[in-house]
Unconditional design. Sequence first.
Length: 121
Amino acid sequence: MEADLKRDAALRLKVAAGHLESIRRMVDQEVYCVNIMKQVAAVQASLEQVQRLMLRNHLMTCVSDAVRHGMGTPIIDELVDAMKYMPFSAGEAIAPDAPLHALLEHPVCQCHADNGGKTHE
């Protein structure tokens, strides 16, 4: 695992664990439900950040290595299957009626770099 991502994920998990313990005490003390719900949402957001770090690491290491060794399809299939367990914030969702060409204005991949962001036909 990439050292920076590992350190960041470990720290976020440690903070989330402490936060979760605080929430458990709030439940024991019968703190107002809405206040507990807000704290649970904060822990969930923190865990989503860990999920993003893990995804980034997987793409940078395992996926890129598999693609280089001709195993791109199986690892992509595995990742797509795993993504059904990953929550995505509404702010990151792509509107159903958004033009897809807007997503390719600054392509990173080489397959779209030479044709101004137009997809292959």
